[in-house]
Write a protein that binds this ligand. Structure first.
Ligand code: ATP
Length: 346
């Protein structure tokens, strides 16, 4: 549905997006995730038609919207954009804000669509209120309803929940996902908050320095990170040193593993293995122990930071059920239980 193929975006001589591609199917929700300045907004702006592209192509349902020598104006793209500051018209009521893009419809059709959207975004009873009389979450719902009212072929959202507090953000993210699914709207959003990306998106692109390192599901990004940057950026974890032995064995201080077939390291190569907090199991019977150097209570679990006796390994993290409450300085038995073996060259 949306095909962004090998695009470059420049601001004068500064390259903000570097030969980047992404694809969304109809009804899919995509998310660009990455640290500040990595180029997320620039991709969104190029798709919306606010920035020209230097190379490549942007198409929606096969129609070219942007190419090296062509930029279709934003108003002809049938793409809606929701900004982080909501950008509602302050002098228009909720109903008038939502009606704004519907002038091509009859009055009855406008009323029907507004009623439908007000119900969909759970704003019944606020139709005659003005933006300053609404909470942040309500304003964001109006912004979403207004953007979706003309049934755009694509919805773009730039940090749509950034101005909301954490609880509201989680709740709204789930609601927005349901609303988009209900309307079968294809959407692409930008965020630097991974929980928000996980809550909203079917497919996530992790960006760094103008490039998408991996375009995949939350599960794949966490368990099968394609690059060291993705492994570091998504979730928590540490790298522990290992060496490739004959017969494709991988030896670490804590355990030995068979190297998955997709890796092609020569014998003797020194590598790093990704170890997530849920890969380290607390087990009093284990021959390996480590000292608790820090802990953080997370409700159902405690995240322990553990120092192993091996000086080559800085620390590992262990997520243990919170009824196992150990004190700082205590040594606890641990074992490594890697379900997904992810290895990078040292
Ligand atoms: N109008 C502009 N003029 C010049 N450089 C710009 C402009 N907009 C963005 N840049 C630069 O392009 C790069 C990418 O910026 P972009 O806003 O796309 O990143 P981002 O990932 O969306 O960041 P953030 O999360 O902070 O919004 C940055 O180095 C930024 O400084």
């Amino acid at each position: 549905m949306l095909d962004v193929t090998n695009i470059d975006v420049f601001y004068d001589k500064t390259q903000a997006v570097n030969h980047t591609s992404l694809h969304l199917k109809k009804g899919q929700i995509g998310c660009l995730l990455g640290p500040s300045g990595c180029g997320k907004t620039s991709i969104l702006r190029a798709i919306a038609g606010f920035e020209p592209i230097k190379n490549g192509e942007i198409t929606v349902t096969g129609n070219i919207l942007s190419s090296e020598h062509f930029t279709l104006v934003p108003e002809k793209r049938n793409i809606a954009v929701v900004f982080q500051d909501f950008a509602l018209f302050p002098h228009l009521s909720v109903a008038q804000n939502i009606t704004f893009g519907l002038s091509h419809l009859s009055h009855q059709q406008q009323r029907d669509r507004v009623n439908e959207l007000v119900e969909l975004v759970s704003l019944q009873g606020t139709e005659d209120k003005f933006p300053h009389q609404l909470s942040g979450g309500q304003k964001q719902r109006v912004a979403l309803a207004r953007a979706m009212a003309p049934k755009p072929q694509l919805l773009l959202m730039d940090e749509p929940f950034a101005n909301l507090d954490a609880d509201l953000r989680d709740e709204l993210a789930k609601d927005v996902r349901q609303i988009l699914n209900h309307e079968q709207t294809t959407a692409l959003m930008v965020t630097h908050d991974q929980q928000e990306a996980f809550a909203m998106a079917d497919v996530i692109g992790v960006m760094h320095q103008g490039a998408i390192h991996q375009w995949g599901s939350a599960y794949d990004l966490y368990h099968r990170p394609a690059t060291r940057f993705v492994a570091d950026f998504i979730g928590e974890g540490v790298f522990i040193p290992a060496i490739i032995r004959e017969d494709k064995y991988l030896t670490t201080t804590l355990a030995e593993f068979v190297l998955p077939a997709k890796y092609n390291f020569t014998v003797g190569t020194e590598v790093d293995v990704l170890v997530r907090p849920d890969d380290i199991i607390h087990d009093d019977m284990s021959p390996f122990s480590a000292k608790v150097v820090a802990k953080s209570f997370r409700g159902a679990h405690i995240l322990y930071e553990l120092q192993l006796p091996d000086p080559k390994i800085q620390k590992v993290l262990c997520l243990a059920p919170s009824h196992h409450d150990h004190t700082l300085g205590e040594s606890i038995g641990i074992k490594l239980d890697l379900q997904h073996i992810v290895v990078f060259n040292r």
